[in-house]
Design a protein around this ligand. Structure first.
Ligand SMILES: Cc1cc2nc3c(=O)[nH]c(=O)nc-3n(C[C@H](O)[C@H](O)[C@H](O)COP(=O)(O)O)c2cc1C
Length: 141
Protein backbone atom coordinates (compact mmCIF):
# COMPACT_ATOMS: atom_id res chain seq x y z
CA UNK A 1 0.00 0.00 0.00
CA UNK A 2 3.00 2.32 0.41
CA UNK A 3 4.84 0.94 -2.60
CA UNK A 4 7.27 -1.14 -0.54
CA UNK A 5 8.56 1.72 1.58
CA UNK A 6 10.34 -0.03 4.44
CA UNK A 7 9.79 2.80 6.93
CA UNK A 8 6.14 1.84 7.54
CA UNK A 9 7.37 -1.60 8.63
CA UNK A 10 10.31 -0.35 10.71
CA UNK A 11 8.52 2.51 12.50
CA UNK A 12 6.67 1.62 15.70
CA UNK A 13 3.69 3.68 14.51
CA UNK A 14 2.38 4.96 11.19
CA UNK A 15 -0.45 7.46 11.41
CA UNK A 16 -2.92 7.69 8.52
CA UNK A 17 -3.95 11.33 8.62
CA UNK A 18 -7.41 11.65 7.12
CA UNK A 19 -9.47 14.61 6.04
CA UNK A 20 -13.22 14.65 5.78
CA UNK A 21 -15.22 15.67 2.73
CA UNK A 22 -18.19 16.33 5.03
CA UNK A 23 -16.68 18.95 7.33
CA UNK A 24 -19.75 21.15 6.85
CA UNK A 25 -22.01 18.40 8.24
CA UNK A 26 -20.04 18.21 11.48
CA UNK A 27 -19.67 21.97 11.91
CA UNK A 28 -22.66 22.51 14.26
CA UNK A 29 -21.38 19.80 16.63
CA UNK A 30 -17.83 21.17 16.34
CA UNK A 31 -18.88 24.73 17.20
CA UNK A 32 -21.44 23.96 19.91
CA UNK A 33 -18.91 23.63 22.78
CA UNK A 34 -17.59 27.11 21.94
CA UNK A 35 -21.16 28.47 22.06
CA UNK A 36 -21.73 26.71 25.39
CA UNK A 37 -18.48 28.19 26.71
CA UNK A 38 -19.68 31.68 25.76
CA UNK A 39 -16.89 32.18 23.21
CA UNK A 40 -19.18 32.28 20.16
CA UNK A 41 -22.60 33.89 20.23
CA UNK A 42 -25.65 32.33 18.61
CA UNK A 43 -25.66 34.58 15.55
CA UNK A 44 -22.00 33.83 14.80
CA UNK A 45 -22.74 30.14 15.18
CA UNK A 46 -25.71 30.31 12.81
CA UNK A 47 -23.84 32.50 10.33
CA UNK A 48 -20.85 30.15 10.09
CA UNK A 49 -23.02 27.06 9.80
CA UNK A 50 -25.14 28.72 7.09
CA UNK A 51 -22.01 29.81 5.21
CA UNK A 52 -20.60 26.28 5.20
CA UNK A 53 -23.95 24.77 4.24
CA UNK A 54 -24.20 27.25 1.39
CA UNK A 55 -20.72 26.75 -0.01
CA UNK A 56 -19.61 23.15 0.60
CA UNK A 57 -22.40 20.80 -0.57
CA UNK A 58 -22.19 20.21 -4.31
CA UNK A 59 -18.68 21.69 -4.43
CA UNK A 60 -16.32 18.69 -4.39
CA UNK A 61 -13.27 20.86 -5.08
CA UNK A 62 -13.90 22.98 -1.98
CA UNK A 63 -14.69 19.91 0.13
CA UNK A 64 -11.44 18.25 -0.96
CA UNK A 65 -9.42 21.45 -0.50
CA UNK A 66 -10.77 21.75 3.05
CA UNK A 67 -10.05 18.09 3.80
CA UNK A 68 -6.43 18.47 2.66
CA UNK A 69 -5.98 21.82 4.43
CA UNK A 70 -7.23 20.54 7.78
CA UNK A 71 -5.45 17.19 7.57
CA UNK A 72 -2.16 18.86 6.61
CA UNK A 73 -2.37 21.12 9.66
CA UNK A 74 -3.07 18.09 11.83
CA UNK A 75 -0.12 16.19 10.33
CA UNK A 76 2.32 19.05 10.89
CA UNK A 77 1.10 19.50 14.47
CA UNK A 78 1.61 15.79 15.11
CA UNK A 79 5.12 15.95 13.65
CA UNK A 80 6.10 18.96 15.76
CA UNK A 81 4.70 17.35 18.90
CA UNK A 82 6.58 14.12 18.15
CA UNK A 83 9.79 16.03 17.51
CA UNK A 84 9.28 17.87 20.80
CA UNK A 85 9.22 14.46 22.50
CA UNK A 86 12.55 13.52 20.94
CA UNK A 87 11.00 11.31 18.27
CA UNK A 88 11.56 11.28 14.51
CA UNK A 89 8.84 11.48 11.87
CA UNK A 90 8.54 10.81 8.17
CA UNK A 91 5.75 12.38 6.12
CA UNK A 92 4.72 10.26 3.14
CA UNK A 93 2.49 10.84 0.15
CA UNK A 94 3.85 7.72 -1.53
CA UNK A 95 0.94 5.38 -0.85
CA UNK A 96 -2.08 3.99 -2.63
CA UNK A 97 -5.05 5.96 -1.26
CA UNK A 98 -7.66 3.55 -2.60
CA UNK A 99 -5.84 0.59 -1.07
CA UNK A 100 -5.53 2.36 2.31
CA UNK A 101 -9.22 3.33 2.24
CA UNK A 102 -10.20 -0.25 1.46
CA UNK A 103 -7.93 -1.98 4.01
CA UNK A 104 -8.76 0.42 6.85
CA UNK A 105 -12.45 0.58 5.93
CA UNK A 106 -12.60 4.34 5.53
CA UNK A 107 -15.99 5.82 4.73
CA UNK A 108 -16.66 7.54 1.41
CA UNK A 109 -16.25 10.90 3.18
CA UNK A 110 -12.83 10.06 4.65
CA UNK A 111 -9.77 10.84 2.52
CA UNK A 112 -6.34 9.49 3.51
CA UNK A 113 -4.23 12.62 2.97
CA UNK A 114 -0.78 11.74 4.26
CA UNK A 115 1.00 9.03 6.23
CA UNK A 116 3.29 10.00 9.10
CA UNK A 117 5.67 7.43 10.49
CA UNK A 118 6.86 8.08 14.04
CA UNK A 119 9.73 6.38 15.77
CA UNK A 120 13.02 6.72 17.55
CA UNK A 121 15.90 8.38 15.71
CA UNK A 122 18.20 5.66 14.38
CA UNK A 123 21.98 5.89 14.21
CA UNK A 124 22.98 6.95 10.71
CA UNK A 125 19.75 8.88 10.03
CA UNK A 126 20.24 11.77 7.66
CA UNK A 127 20.67 15.12 9.34
CA UNK A 128 18.14 17.80 8.42
CA UNK A 129 18.76 18.75 4.81
CA UNK A 130 19.60 22.33 3.79
CA UNK A 131 16.57 24.62 3.67
CA UNK A 132 15.83 27.20 0.96
CA UNK A 133 16.75 30.75 1.90
CA UNK A 134 13.87 32.73 3.41
CA UNK A 135 13.57 35.09 0.44
CA UNK A 136 12.71 32.15 -1.85
CA UNK A 137 9.79 30.97 0.22
CA UNK A 138 8.19 34.14 1.56
CA UNK A 139 6.93 37.26 -0.18
CA UNK A 140 5.74 40.37 1.62
CA UNK A 141 2.96 42.04 -0.36
C1 LIG B 1 3.99 15.90 1.28
C2 LIG B 1 5.24 15.08 1.41
C3 LIG B 1 5.23 13.75 1.02
C4 LIG B 1 6.37 12.97 1.14
N1 LIG B 1 6.32 11.64 0.81
C5 LIG B 1 7.41 10.88 1.02
C6 LIG B 1 7.36 9.47 0.77
O1 LIG B 1 6.34 8.91 0.37
N2 LIG B 1 8.50 8.77 1.00
C7 LIG B 1 9.65 9.37 1.45
O2 LIG B 1 10.65 8.66 1.65
N3 LIG B 1 9.71 10.69 1.68
C8 LIG B 1 8.62 11.45 1.49
N4 LIG B 1 8.67 12.79 1.75
C9 LIG B 1 9.96 13.38 2.18
C10 LIG B 1 10.25 13.20 3.66
O3 LIG B 1 9.10 13.06 4.43
C11 LIG B 1 11.00 14.38 4.25
O4 LIG B 1 10.18 15.50 4.24
C12 LIG B 1 12.22 14.70 3.48
O5 LIG B 1 13.10 13.62 3.57
C13 LIG B 1 12.87 15.98 4.01
O6 LIG B 1 13.58 15.71 5.15
P1 LIG B 1 14.27 16.87 5.99
O7 LIG B 1 13.22 17.33 6.99
O8 LIG B 1 15.41 16.22 6.64
O9 LIG B 1 14.62 17.95 5.05
C14 LIG B 1 7.55 13.55 1.63
C15 LIG B 1 7.56 14.90 2.00
C16 LIG B 1 6.43 15.65 1.89
C17 LIG B 1 6.48 17.10 2.32
Amino acid sequence: MSYGQQKVVDAPVTFIICGTLAAHEGLPQALQPSVDAGILNQSMFEGWVAMAKGSHPGNPQLQRDEAFRSASLAAMTLMLAAQGMGLSTGSMSGFDPLGVAREFRLTAAEVPVILVTVGYPAPGNWPQKPRKPLHEVIEFA
